[in-house]
Ligand binder design. Structure first.
Ligand code: 4AD
Ligand code: MG
Length: 479
């Protein structure tokens, strides 16, 4: 017999049929003559109850412990108890994998997120992480579907590169040199000629530059790949290895770019509302429960589901950096020196406290900020007419801060070269990038969505380490 998954059992009318289920035991209530076994196989957040009555040996039933993996054959029957429509009347039980009950860390009780991070190899087995990773999958799928239906092509950009697209110098080196015996040149510097690629190489911080090359022929492309940043930011919003979605569109200006980003984010929220209802309901309730132990002022003003619905239904607020600075300068926390970084003039980089003030206090909706000072943004952004700002856009989300960063690109060869010189970006290394500006250049725009930040928003989780299976952060690469 082929196994039926629990999702099918509870959503189809299989009452009366005999089925086989293979799953992990969540709980086992062992009575004198009847046993109730709750099973989960990952196909849904819902468990199926198995009722084992009759001649099952004591020895077998004792091995049905929390965490064990078992196969059950039995008849699907209408449930006698509350909380489920159907259950399985067991005819046969086979132990597939025993679980040492005393040593198994995932007990049927509440565990802290910190504890579960140390058990990342097993945390998939909790309701919370099951829900998160099913939603993460659906989001991945929805991203590909969104772009595919709009005629974008998915491009696989390299993971090993020799460039630092963002110019922040926060790259991880890739080398096969013997680190205990590094070849040196006469001047004492590392002789990369002897390295694998015969040049300095690193893990990519963004697929954008290569993505732009593809857009200059295919028109509309997007990348969806891992990116790596060696920034020493030990925050709840930063990972050293994260996934980024980067569309790049020929002939698009900054307005088109904002329209695309906004449409995508709103679409992703409605997709999850539609396709992940059970998991979302669970995470929604989880946050409502958490609120009960919080002070009134710290409680959420909208439930998770209301928040997603709000984003799906409402346009984002768009304003320039300059307008935002005026608002921030005159804001209460700025005047009362409640911000850690006081805004005293134009040109300052915005910190997450400022971004969150704009989103959560001033506008109460997602915000798109545009036209940032050129000095705080990357070299490839198109210069504004004022000569002071670039055509950048950041999208700021409640509870998250920056979720998207993007821009219209500088398509003019001379202006781009000038910016690279001003910002000390090595032109020789990026000769190929510059050539697209010589051979049929065109206005174009794109952006990068931090995938884990999106998963954070959609699941209502608080820490980015909890929305990627195995987080990489400073001093942590376990698993
Ligand atoms: O703003 P960023 O650095 O933009 C770029 O990399 C551009 N090349 C994108 C483009 O225009 N194609 O990063 C884009 C997004 C951020 O808005 C944020 O959501 C996410 O990537 N991000 C991180 N997410 C997790 N951990 C980190 N360390 C992140 N750094 C950026
Ligand atoms: Mg950014």
């Amino acid at each position: 017999m082929k196994a039926t998954n629990i999702q099918q059992i509870i959503s189809n009318d299989l009452v009366g049929s005999t089925i086989l289920v293979k799953a992990w035991v969540r709980t086992h209530r062992q009575g004198k003559s009847v046993s109730f076994i709750s099973l989960n196989d990952g196909s849904t957040i819902n468990n199926i109850q198995v009722v084992a009555e009759g001649d099952f040996s004591e020895e077998l039933l004792n091995r049905v412990t929390t965490g064990a993996c078992i196969a059950v054959t039995g008849e699907v029957v209408e449930s006698q108890g509350q909380g489920q429509k159907v259950e399985i009347k067991a005819q046969g039980i086979e132990i597939l994998g025993d679980c040492d009950a005393d040593a198994y860390p995932i007990q049927p009780k509440k565990h802290s997120m910190e504890f579960l991070r140390e058990k990342a190899h097993l945390r998939f087995r909790t309701n919370t992480f099951g829900a998160i990773f099913r939603i993460r999958h659906q989001l991945t799928f929805a991203v590909h579907q969104f772009f595919h239906e709009k005629g974008f092509y998915n491009i696989h950009t390299p993971i090993i590169t020799a460039s630092d697209a963002e110019g922040a110098g926060e790259t991880f080196k890739v080398t096969n040199l013997d680190l205990n015996n590094v070849p040196k040149k006469e001047d004492g510097s590392v002789d990369y000629d002897q390295d694998f690629f015969a040049k300095e190489a690193n893990l990519t911080v963004s697929g954008q530059l290569e993505g732009e090359l593809a857009a200059m022929a295919l028109g509309k492309i997007y990348t969806f790949g891992p990116t790596f940043r060696a920034e020493n930011s030990n925050t709840t919003r930063h990972l050293a290895e994260f996934w980024m979605i980067e569309p790049e569109v020929a002939f698009a200006d900054l307005d088109d770019n904002m329209d695309l980003a906004e449409e995508m984010l709103r679409h992703l929220c409605s997709d999850i509302l539609k396709n992940c209802a059970d998991d979302l309901a669970f995470l929604n309730q989880r946050l409502i429960n958490e609120d009960k132990s919080k002070k009134a002022a710290d409680r959420q003003t909208m439930t998770l589901i209301e928040k997603l619905q709000f984003v799906a239904d409402n346009p984002f607020k768009r304003l320039t950096y300059t307008e935002a600075i005026d608002i921030l300068r005159n804001s209460k926390p700025n005047k009362k020196k409640k911000f850690k970084y006081i805004i005293d003039g134009w040109g300052a980089d915005l910190q997450s406290e400022h971004e969150r003030y704009l989103v959560e206090k001033e506008f109460n909706c997602p915000v798109i900020l545009t036209d940032y000072p050129k000095d705080i943004k990357a070299f490839y952004m198109k210069m504004g007419e004022d000569g002071k700002t670039v055509r950048a856009m950041d999208i700021l989300f409640p509870g998250i801060g920056e979720i998207i960063g993007g821009a219209q690109r500088e398509e003019d060869y001379d202006k781009l070269v000038k910016r690279m010189e001003e910002m000390d970006v090595p032109k020789e290394d990026l000769w190929w990038y510059l050539e697209t500006r010589k051979f049929g250049t065109a206005p174009h725009s794109g952006f990068g969505l931090g995938f884990e930040r999106m998963v954070l928003f959609v699941t209502g989780m608080q820490n980015i380490r909890d929305v990627i299976p195995f987080p990489r952060t400073p001093q942590n690469a376990e698993f």
